[in-house]
Design a protein around this ligand. Structure first.
Ligand code: BGC
Length: 766
């Protein structure tokens, strides 16, 4: 059959399939009582369904049949989430527990299966023994979306091995605020990168045609809609003020890409935008998400967020009004997660009193049933670990390593100090050198990531990996300091800088491993973006040794290093590279792998310069005017898109097929450039193309990333990189909140980073 006919045939099968599924969902909903419906809309935490003790390493936790019966049969609860005590469990444990839950659901009148959800956000977080990946921020730093696809596929596989069909991933919040504790969970500051990676991660999790009923696919959940990453205070779940055109311009694209990729579910932003909690916003949930952006799947709240409309936000006088607000705004399922009896009782009352229309309940429940049908849970409610032989296989581990090594970013390499010859004497110091938490971050076998030593004993720390690479006798280590000025390690280390300096003096090079301990959400809130004082002091002390210092950063967000960064010889940003992050780092330090990551965010230099690369044009700076000591508007430590290699690249021969097009043109603008590896070893370059709108009716950004491509080049090799754009790529959201293209002059800028533009091409829309 010709390709076109195939596509048409698949489309017919798909449409017929959707129609049949919708019909079946309607039939089921038509048989349901109100009590059964509100039960389906409820999601509860597993902790309330268990008995036994959880005192690791001994745990007797298991299902409490009476509690499960009460929730699932008496109250018809439709969904369960989370790992008990946010602690990973073996696939077999999950198999057994979810089987019990499904068995109980089968005893209920309509036998509607339960949907279990877990935060498997960089690999199967809550499954012991799973293949954890680098965090999303590392995937973005690789500028290679294939890693997101792979991570999605493997996560889905290992989650199904755990008998769980739903993950609360991908995180699509715009990571434009370096203070935010969840920046590492997302794809960085650029809306276009976010969109490309969103699509790939969704397709990886759900499959090319979103066939989530297959035994190796699960439902994805894009989150947290909308505007979560931009609180005024920089702290989690605090208010943001975001004009609607700004929300649409920067925050919606990744979500739109996920919707277009067929994502089945969405979770809502726990915080408040423009004084309205998003969970209470009919405008955002129904008008924007459903009606405009075309999302047809199921909307779930974040943790306890309906109650928070009352007990945190003071928006309503009681929980009942909170439920009314949330459900009428468009919520389909409430992550309650504990007092389900209250939720079910009050929502039933609200419907009986006419305060929540039955049509809204039916709409929500229909979407939930459709999701369960798509997952094939009615026919195959359980999947078993024994059917998943590739669980944490060599192939999966390799994929995690590949993603890690492709994202690690070389930020500084004075006099080509790196790579470091084998046999060199190294002194390793800093709290991150022996910390697996620092390499993996939050959501790693537990919520805060503190259980990695227990679940990941076989993985290497940075010190382990460097010792393996350079030989134990060549590597010495002294921790130097802990992270903070308080806590039990402070007294131990505050006066021990001397030992760090002595260690440094006896070595050829110092590998200084600094950054952050693991965290996520509220516990990760910050009062000071600078790297902690103790670590900064350690850096300064070690620098006094006069030895060459390689700074290795492992951190969930760019902590400020400007107090000493100009004195170190090299800087390697590992972000949160995952279980094989240390192996990947050692390969890069030794030159076995040529680094090729580039920053997916602007690395700020100072606390008052936290602006992404897509800022507005600044006033002309008056040079050297000491009288005013003017620092410039947009200072950064390193610009967005920046990263070095052990080889060098040259750009030449820029071409464009048309330099002018009429406003209504539909044809493509095709731009190409030749990139040559001018150094003496193979390497990968991320070629970036930005557009600059030279004037517009709404002040334009100085530039916006429009396309990118990572190319692999042998020494001396040249490749032509071609980008295809349409005029829509030059559009923006105007003050009427409409996407428009305006006539005018533009410049395409092709470069190696947002601040290293190699070629410029003029372009006009008439
Ligand atoms: C987080 C979500 C997560 C949910 C369920 C919340 O605290 O904000 O990202 O999916 O918990 O664990």
């Amino acid at each position: 059959m010709k390709k076109g006919l195939w596509i048409a045939a698949i489309a017919v099968i798909f449409v017929t399939g959707v129609q049949a599924r919708n019909k079946r969902a309607e039939e089921i909903v038509s048989q349901m009582t109100l009590a059964e419906k509100v039960g389906q809309m409820s999601q509860i935490a597993i902790d309330g369904l268990l008995q036994g003790r959880d005192t690791p390493p001994v745990s007797t936790l298991q299902i409490d049949p009476a509690k499960v019966r009460e929730a699932i049969v008496d109250y018809h609860i439709g969904s369960v989430l989370n790992a008990p005590n946010t602690r990973a469990r073996t696939p077999e444990w999950w198999n057994e527990v979810v089987v019990q839950i499904q068995k109980t659901a089968n005893e209920d009148r309509l036998k509607i299966p339960v949907i279990y959800g877990l935060d498997q956000i960089h690999g199967a977080t809550y499954t012991a023994g799973s293949t954890m990946f680098p965090q999303e921020i590392n995937l973005a730093a690789s500028w290679n979306p294939a890693h997101a696809r792979k991570m999605g596929e493997i996560t889905a596989y290992e989650t199904r091995a755990s008998n769980v069909p739903w993950t609360f991933s991908p995180v699509l919040d715009l990571g434009l605020d370096p203070r935010f504790s969840r920046q590492y969970e997302a794809f960085g500051e650029d809306p276009y990168i976010g969109s490309v990676f969103a699509r790939e991660l969704v397709k990886g999790i759900e499959g090319d045609n979103n066939t989530i009923g297959e035994a190796t696919k699960i439902a994805a959940c894009m989150k947290h809609f909308l505007g979560y990453g931009a609180p005024i205070s920089g702290k989690d779940r605090t208010p943001a003020y975001i004009p609607e055109n700004v929300l649409r311009e920067y925050h919606t694209p990744a979500f739109q890409a996920a919707i277009d990729a067929g994502v089945h579910t969405v979770m809502i932003n726990s915080a408040i935008i423009n004084n309205v909690p998003v969970h209470a916003s009919y405008d955002l949930l129904t008008k924007l998400l459903r009606e405009e952006m075309g999302f047809k799947g199921m909307i779930v709240t974040d943790w306890e967020d309906i109650n928070k409309l009352y007990n945190r936000d003071h928006l309503v006088p009681n929980i009942k009004e909170a439920i009314k607000k949330g459900i009428n705004a468009g919520i389909d399922m409430s992550m309650i997660p504990y007092d389900y009896k209250q939720f079910c009782t009050l929502l039933t009352e609200l419907v009986n009193e006419g305060e929540v229309p039955m049509s809204r309940i039916d709409d929500a429940v229909t979407r939930i049933i459709q999701l369960k049908l798509d997952l094939n849970l009615f026919d195959v409610p359980n999947t078993y670990a024994k059917d998943y032989p590739k669980f944490n296989s060599k192939e999966f581990q390799q994929a995690s390593y590949d993603a890690a090594v492709d994202g690690i970013t070389l930020l500084k390499n004075k006099d080509q100090v790196l790579p470091l010859q084998k046999g060199t004497k190294l002194f390793v110091t800093g709290p991150n050198a022996v910390s697996k938490r620092a390499l993996n971050g939050g959501w790693t076998f537990s919520w805060q990531g503190e259980k990695i030593d227990e679940f990941g004993a076989q993985y290497l720390t940075i010190l382990d990996a460097i010792q393996q690479k350079y030989g134990k006798t060549n590597v010495t280590y002294f921790p130097g300091v802990s992270y903070n000025n308080k806590g039990k390690y402070y007294d131990e280390y505050k006066d021990r800088f001397d030992e760090a300096i002595a260690g440094a003096k006896n070595a050829d090079y110092v590998i200084l491993c600094l950054g952050e301990n693991s965290y996520c959400e509220k516990p990760g809130d910050l009062d000071d973006l600078y790297l902690s004082d103790l670590q900064t002091e350690l850096a300064k002390e070690v620098l006094k040794s006069g030895k060459k210092v390689i700074l290795v950063l492992s951190e969930g967000r760019p902590r400020l290093i400007s107090k000493f960064s100009n004195q170190v010889d090299a800087i390697v940003q590992t972000y949160l590279p995952g279980i094989y992050g240390a192996d990947a780092l050692a390969d890069i330090l030794a030159g076995d792998v040529n680094p090729s990551g580039k920053l997916p965010y602007t690395y700020p230099a100072f606390p008052n310069s936290l602006i992404p690369y897509y800022h507005k044009y600044a006033e002309e700076q008056e040079n050297n005017d000491v009288a005013y000591n003017y620092e410039g508007d947009y200072n950064f430590e390193y610009p967005f898109g920046y990263g070095l290699s052990y080889t060098t690249f040259a750009y030449s021969n820029p071409k464009i097929n048309k330099t002018t097009l009429p406003l209504d043109a539909k044809e493509e603008v095709i731009i190409s450039v030749d990139v040559t590896n001018t150094g003496n070893r193979e390497g990968k370059e991320v070629v970036q193309i930005y557009s600059a709108d030279l004037y517009a009716s709404l002040i334009p950004d100085v530039k916006r990333l429009r396309r990118f491509e990572k190319v692999d080049l042998k020494s001396g090799e040249t490749k032509t990189v071609t980008f295809k754009l349409t005029l829509n790529d030059l559009s923006f959201i105007n003050l009427e909140n409409k996407r428009i293209v305006e006539a005018g002059d533009f410049e395409f800028q092709i470069g190696a980073s947002s601040a290293d533009i190699k070629e410029k091409i003029k372009f006009t829309i008439k």
